[in-house]
Design a protein around this ligand. Structure first.
Ligand code: 6PG
Length: 473
């Protein structure tokens, strides 16, 4: 193919990059790829079907100059310095009006910095969240583009063609200004952490508490995946529980170390939520539990020191149903916390995030896709200004009809010593959020007592300080 003929370029041909590029080629686009690793460039050509226009370039300059104007280039490289390194290399090869997309999990503050730096040289820079893992990239991910709206209009046909489809609608939508794409993806991942932690707690209640076998657990999660908990994460949990280990022949899950890794996006969500003043305790707990899981040796010592009694809890159909309903309740609360953060961040950072569009995009292709998001879509239809989905009357009924179950499950877990931190965080948040009065009046009094920090009264406006009668420290 001669120069200036490719529709789209990809820098970074890891599994995500090459799969997404092959997906574009399947949709009829002529695509070009580049990677520092020449084997990956060669592998790209080999994996493309003969009738598709796909070319791996060994030379970055050649790849960039083979693209149609305005060039559309995506980077799918590890977040942080590699993104800046690629940008520094390509900026002199680009023309004004070209579009550069960062499709990785970059921190939104880096994206904002890059948007501004590229704007100065006339290049449109967009941060786009892409979810769905390797398989999603190949067959249809969920795509969360943000930033320059005009640039989005140019790349929209490509993104719509490759995105997952729900009821014929592509799971891609412009989510907001500036670094909104990466902000939304960060919160997606925070919710992902929360739900994964919640599911792992349900699994533990059923396994350690009710002493069910992995086969029974597989059946239960499979059944849950046919009802209102239908979701990607429940589906893969069911599949994981029936996977055998090639080496020992036993269940693979038994052979996997309980020290959980992370790349940091859940932590970023918690950190940013703290900065925004938005409580997201389920996500906080999910991050904390992954951190705690790394303390394997200390946990071993503490297990001897604090030997627990029997962990058994009732193994009845009723209790299994309660665990299901508690998970449903807590999962709604997890989305509520993440979306409340988006709502606030959108205001603070002037991103104009369309929450209804975010929910629509999350219905297919992404890791947190769930049947339950259809209910949320209804809640948000015509109401983008709901600060917290828990204030939606229809959703409130669904939450309340599962409240008893989570109370029973959390109580039973507490009495049995089974750790269910995220479920507890969900319930505590719920109880506090629906309390018109909280004991924080006492905190205000204490602050004023020892530090003259003042307080507001319940009857008249203004700030007050009291010379408290008892001795000060
Ligand atoms: C996705 C995933 C993806 C990645 C996570 C894993 O939406 O496709 O979220 O981005 O798998 O970043 O994150 P941890 O390694 O931190 O669990």
């Amino acid at each position: 193919m001669s120069a200036l003929q490719y529709d789209f370029g990809m820098i970074g041909l890891g599994v995500m990059g090459s799969n997404l590029l092959l997906n574009m080629a399947d949709s009829g686009f002529a695509v070009a790829g580049y990677d520092l690793d020449k084997n990956k460039c060669a592998a790209l050509d080999e994996s493309a079907s003969p009738d598709k226009i796909v070319k791996g370039f060994f030379d970055l300059n050649e790849m960039i100059s083979s693209l149609q104007l305005p060039r559309k280039v995506m980077m799918l490289v590890p977040a942080g310095k590699p993104v800046d390194d690629v940008l520094n290399r390509i900026v002199s090869l680009l023309d004004q009006g070209d579009i550069v997309i960062d499709g990785g999990n970059s921190h939104y503050t880096d994206t904002l910095r890059r948007v501004n730096a590229m704007q100065e040289v006339g290049i449109h820079f967009m941060g786009i969240g892409i979810s769905g893992g390797e398989e999603g990239a190949r067959s249809g991910p969920s795509i969360m583009p943000g930033g320059d709206l005009k640039a989005y209009e140019v790349v929209k046909p490509v993104l719509e063609a490759v995105a997952a489809k729900v009821n014929g609608q592509p799971c891609v939508a412009y989510v907001g200004m500036g670094a909104a794409g990466h902000y939304v993806k960060m919160v997606h991942n925070g919710i992902e952490y929360g739900i994964m932690q919640l599911i792992s707690e349900s699994y533990w209640l059923l396994k350690k508490g009710a002493e069910l076998s992995n086969d029974q657990l597989h059946e239960i999660f499979n059944k849950w995946n046919e009802g209102k908990m239908k979701s990607f994460l429940i589906e893969i949990t069911a599949n994981i529980l029936m996977q055998k280990d090639d080496i020992t022949g036993s269940s693979l899950i038994e052979m996997i170390s309980d020290m959980a890794g992370s790349k940091g996006t859940g932590k970023w969500t918690s950190q940013d939520a703290m900065d925004m003043g938005v409580p997201v305790p389920i996500i906080d707990m999910a991050v904390a539990m992954r951190d705690l899981s790394a303390y394997k040796k200390e946990r071993g010592e503490a297990a001897i020191l604090y030997k627990s009694g029997t962990l058994n809890i009732h193994h009845t159909e009723d209790f299994i149903l309660q665990i299901h309903d508690a998970l449903y309740f807590a999962t709604i609360l997890c989305y509520a916390q993440g979306l409340a953060l988006l709502y606030r961040a959108s205001e603070v950072l002037h991103m104009d995030i369309l929450i209804s569009e975010v929910i629509r995009v999350w219905r297919g292709g992404c890791i947190i896709r769930a049947a339950f998001l259809d209910d949320l879509t209804e809640a948000f239809q015509g109401n983008n200004k709901l600060p917290n989905i828990l204030l939606d009357a229809v959703l409130a009924e669904k939450v309340m009809s599962h409240e008893k179950s989570i109370r029973s499950v959390v109580a039973e877990a507490a009495l049995s010593g089974i750790p269910v931190a995220a479920h507890m965080a969900a319930l505590s948040y719920f109880d506090a959020y629906r309390s018109e009065h909280l004991p924080t009046n006492l905190i205000q009094a204490q602050r004023d007592y020892f530090g003259a920090h003042t307080y507001q009264r319940t009857d008249v406006g203004g700030s007050f300080h009291t010379e408290w009668k008892q001795a000060k420290p």
